[in-house]
Ligand binder design. Structure first.
Ligand code: F0G
Length: 449
């Protein structure tokens, strides 16, 4: 059961079928172009879409809007230090702002950056700075049915092979993304984190943790890594983050806010801190607000503490697991086990008659909307061009927002799509932006005749 009650409501409606068909065509078969009022259950992202607590709303009323040295920023610094262990905080408007600040300082033309798997904006920032973004997932990550407890781990074998190839001097940064969003939201063990930190140290690289979903990851560690079975989520989170030289954080995930982010920098990394501070001032705003209002910062400081406060995160991850089970029970091919923030449907199995160059993942996303007003997102070939990854459809669950009836509706909708798979055709791109890494946000498509 949820350990909270709802005291504010936000009505939603299911449009008639023919209106959904029309909205989809108007959107160019890209659900990013839909109006949210036309969406019934919105699982496009868990980013910035969740419900804030009354304590967060109360903190917002006390936000200090000073340009410099505001109280709210001091509260955020204290929360980052207590919860995540980083003494230096360079604020940013959201995660990708923090990525711009940090990767602009660390990545140069011709560098190779290793990551268990780059999220799309992370890859784009590496590429924009002239780097080559190389993923090092473990083998189990691409096995939809393996019950390996840490399919999000970083493969040191792959990383060593890349370093042998390009030379350690060309690998200035090693990133660990927890949980691993591009690999089905799978967790990373603390054991793996320690090994990656050691590897980064050996090659003299800066070790960065992308900590967007650090609390969800800590919950999985508590459940699955025997060494930590008796530890609190808060203690595990601090332990796991203690190995990193720096972190990039999007507050829109485990910060439990609608907007915000920061770069956290380990004490003693003065040069990196100063570089980030200056880049922060240039791109985000002065170093005590970084693109956020004082109100946003105040809510963020409270949200970070709530993220590791039981029973919040256990309930949150269990809801995602219930969605995964409901889909699996109805025969929808899902990636197992469920991720921390999302369930991933395998469109290559669900729509196995659609060739991969006709984006079966995106076709499935469109049909979920057409069938039940459900908005998910493709994270396959359409989002990640030129990769051999499977065509997964992500159903990301906003935090503290939907109830069990929504979960049932989504599962019934996906089942209905699978049942009429034969009638569903592939898609072709009609228009796409210049930067291929960002195409799924705005490209337009049409059904293949
Ligand atoms: N890193 C990871 C692992 C992410 O999942 C995201 C965002 C970012 C960085 C960038 O953060 O959105 O605040 O600029 N992920 C969202 C998603 C957008 O839907 O998964 P941001």
């Amino acid at each position: 059961m949820r350990s909270y009650k709802t005291t504010m409501v936000d009505p939603v409606r299911l449009l008639p079928r023919e209106d959904r068909d029309a909205a989809l065509a108007d959107a160019g078969y890209n659900v990013f172009n839909l109006d949210s009022a036309d969406v019934f259950v919105d699982l496009l992202t868990d980013s910035g879409t969740g419900t804030m607590s009354n304590d967060q709303w109360a903190a917002m009323m006390q936000g200090d809007e000073a340009y410099a040295g505001g109280d709210s920023f001091a509260d955020l610094e204290a929360a980052v230090s207590d919860v995540m262990g980083f003494e230096n905080v360079v604020p940013a408007h959201q995660g990708r702002g923090a990525e711009n600040v940090l990767y602009g300082a660390l990545v140069s033309e011709g560098d190779t950056i290793l990551n268990n798997a780059h999220f799309d904006t992370t890859r784009a920032h590496v590429v924009a700075n002239g780097g080559d973004a190389v993923d090092c997932p473990v083998e189990a990550a691409t096995d939809m049915d393996s019950d390996d407890p840490f399919k999000g781990d970083f493969s040191l074998d792959r990383a060593r092979a890349v370093v042998d190839d390009v030379g350690a001097e060309n690998v200035p940064v090693v990133v660990l993304t927890i949980t691993n969003n591009s690999m089905a939201g799978q967790p990373v063990s603390v054991d793996n984190t320690r090994a990656v930190a050691e590897f980064a140290d050996d090659i003299d690289a800066t070790f960065v943790v992308d900590a967007c979903r650090f609390a969800e990851n800590a919950h999985f560690v508590q459940q699955r890594e025997p060494e930590f079975a008796d530890d609190s989520v808060a203690a595990i989170a601090r332990e796991q983050l203690s190995y990193a030289d720096a972190c990039v954080m999007s507050g829109k995930k485990d910060g439990l806010v609608n907007i915000g982010g920061f770069v956290g920098i380990r004490e003693g990394r003065d040069e990196l801190h100063e570089q980030c501070r200056q880049r922060g001032i240039l791109y985000e705003g002065f170093s005590t607000y970084g693109g956020m209002s004082g109100r946003d910062i105040a809510a963020f400081a409270v949200g970070l503490r709530e993220a590791v406060d039981p029973p919040y995160v256990a309930e949150r991850v269990e809801q995602v697991q219930r969605l995964c089970e409901a889909l699996a029970d109805r025969g929808v091919p899902v990636y197992q086990p469920a991720g921390g923030h999302a369930v991933y449907i395998d469109a290559n199995r669900a729509l196995d008659h659609i060739p991969r160059d006709q984006y079966p993942g995106q076709a499935f996303v469109c049909e979920l909307y057409r069938e039940g007003g459900v908005r998910g997102v493709e994270l396959g070939r359409f989002a990640f061009p030129d990769t051999d990854r499977r065509d997964l459809v992500r159903l990301a669950v906003p935090r503290r927002m939907y109830g069990p009836d929504h979960v049932e509706h989504v599962a019934d909708t996906a089942e209905a799509v699978c049942e009429r798979a034969d009638e569903i055709s592939g898609l072709e791109i009609v228009e796409e932006p210049e930067m291929e890494e960002l195409r799924h946000f705005s490209a337009e498509l049409r059904p293949v005749e």
